[in-house]
Design a protein around this ligand. Sequence first.
Ligand SMILES: [Zn+2]
Length: 481
Amino acid sequence: MTRFKIQILFALLFSIVSCHNNKEITYDIVIENARVIDPETETDAFLNVAINNDKIAEISKNKLIGKKVIDGTGKILSPGFIDLHAHGQTNKENEYQAFDGVTTALELEIGVDTLAQFYKARKGNALLNYGASACQLAYRNKTIANSDRVYETIYEELQDSVAEQALPEHQFINLRNRLKEAITHGAIGIGIPVGYLPNASIEEITDVYAYAGEINVPVFSHVREGGAIAFQQAISDAILNNTQLHICHLTSMARKDVDFCLEAIEKAQALGFSITTELYPYTAGNTEIGSAIFNEGWQERLGCTYEDLQWVATNERLTPETFEFYRKQGGSVIVHMMKESWIDKVMASEVSMIASDGGGYSPTGHPRSSGTFCKTIRKYVNEDKLLDINSAIKKMTIMPAGVIESIVPDMKLRARIQKGCYADLLLFDVNEVRDNATYGDGFVKSTGMDYVIINGEILIENGEMQSGVFPGKAIKSAVKL
Ligand SMILES: [Zn+2]
């Protein structure tokens, strides 16, 4: 046999062996025959998806071999939902969020006071991927009061009377230093809930936008009261300071000015500015009764009255007397103040994404905490047919991921069903998805998510939460200052 022939024979043998090996690859998990929807590539096809460790290892029309095989026939395989606005940040709330299809729950509107401790405490024992922004509210309160108070909850931050004071100009630098420290601990941008700071000056707020613009991090804002004017102010601050802006819950901020405010964001995006927004699919808001939102004149500002306020602890509607009593005591109140037509308008817009604004666990809490994402599918896709399922999934995955991708590289590998991306996945029958939470019975789990997989680990299987599984990972900014 000539040397050349031997080489050919070896090459042939090698190709047979490698071909044989390919067929023999056994993945950790294979999901077969599901309708795979990947919003970034606009894939919508029946495919087999394989997972190894925490990543998607293969996607193919061909049969794939898995140690565990999940039958996806008749079901949609979607990226896990990403909630940019989840105040509930413990496993108690994460459990409800998981049944709603959320795989990443982030507290970005207000942020967390003690960022380093927050990330440390959740490491290795979180059900969902977690993260938070730098808390401008807490830091400016502490700067004004010259205190080292540690705020455990957002209710403490909102109720603190310091929130009613202005930050003097000579202290702007101190606030910047606190924000800088939080960013170095991984804070995902800066939360600016200026609506809760009625006496914060234009200069104070503008300086935070300016700082965010200088260090290239996004701001997340509950804008001032005032509808259209408040939107103009926030958008102006963003554009003039070259700052990325995400306006929280457009519907509850814009209210009667919803057309103007939505159009402002659509125009800003068309002009190339990084200005985004979100909504929750409910006609009531939810906030702290002791906050500045209920300072004198609230009925006119919010366009509602006492009987539109639902006291969360007892479910009762308020009167002038009970309002005064509870305002001194402090606590959570549901505010019925929006119209269905406003929600429909924003939901149908291509620029809106879904975020829950969900709060801490309370049996009578706002249903948005546990039902936002499944309600979007149940009502706006299945019943009202305002959205198709592809658009709904886009609003709940790739769009929110896009808001933070510039500073969180990890996010470029989430919200996608693509080879090499993290296996954060949902398997569900679109017709079986239900939100079950109502006003008065707010923390009731959604149903219909057959499988919820996070970082390649199965958290929900056949609709049942698995015990002893903590697949959540920290979502952090990579900004170096
Ligand atoms: Zn808010």
